[in-house]
Design a protein around this ligand. Structure first.
Ligand code: FES
Length: 168
C-alpha cells in the first residue's frame, strides 16, 4: 500500500500498546493531533530502532487520526526522521561551499574508507552511518562534520577517521 493512500480502519497498522500508552501519556500537553505529531513520530522512530518504516508512519497517522499523506509529508520534511535504517552514530558531513572548498570530498572519502560502507549505508555492527549535508552553520571552521549532536571542526581526513574509530 502506498504511503499516500488512506487505509481503511480495518487494514490500518497499529502501534504496539506500549507506544500508544506513551502517546496517551503526553496527549494532554498538546492542543491538537497535529501538535502531538512530532513527539509521536519520535516515539515510533525509537520503537523501530531509529527509523520509520512505512507501516510506522501509517500507524502514527491511525493513532492520531491524521491523513497518512500529511504524516508522510512531515517525516520527509524533517531531517530528524529517517525512512531507512541509520547507525547508532549519525554522521553528517557538511559539503556546502566553505567545507567543499576546504576538503569535504576528502572527508567523505576518508569516512567511506574507514567505515567500509557507502554514504547512507549502516556499518555491519550498526555503529555508524554517514551522509553529506547542507551548511551546518560552522563555515569558519570548515571542513566539519556533525556526529549526533556534536560538531567536529577544522577536520583533516585523518582526524575524521580517528574520530569515527573511537565511536563505541
Ligand atoms: S559550509 Fe560547511 S558549515 Fe557552512
Amino acid at each position: 500500500m502506498s504511503a499516500l493512500a488512506s487505509p481503511t480502519p480495518e487494514e490500518s497498522p497499529r502501534l504496539p500498546a506500549k507506544t500508544r500508552a506513551q502517546i496517551d501519556a503526553i496527549r494532554e500537553r498538546y492542543p491538537t493531533a497535529r501538535a502531538l505529531l512530532l513527539p509521536a513520530l519520535h516515539l515510533a522512530q525509537k520503537l523501530h530502532g531509529g527509523w520509520l518504516p512505512e507501516s510506522a508512519i501509517e500507524a502514527v497517522a491511525t493513532e492520531l487520526e491524521l491523513d497518512p499523506a500529511e504524516v508522510y509529508g512531515v517525516v520527509t520534511f524533517y531531517d530528524l526522521y529517517h525512512q531507512r535504517p541509520v547507525g547508532r552514530h549519525r554522521i553528517r558531513v557538511c559539503t556546502n561551499v566553505s567545507c567543499m572548498l576546504r576538503g569535504s570530498d576528502e572527508i567523505m572519502s576518508a569516512l567511506h574508507q574507514e567505515l567500509k560502507v557507502k554514504e547512507g549505508e549502516v556499518t555491519d555492527d550498526g555503529r555508524c552511518s554517514f551522509i553529506h549535508f547542507e551548511c551546518l552553520g560552522s563555515c569558519d571552521t570548515a571542513p566539519m562534520m556533525m556526529i549526533n549532536d556534536e560538531y567536529h571542526e577544522n577536520l583533516t581526513p585523518r582526524e575524521a577517521q580517528r574520530v569515527v574509530r573511537e565511536l563505541k
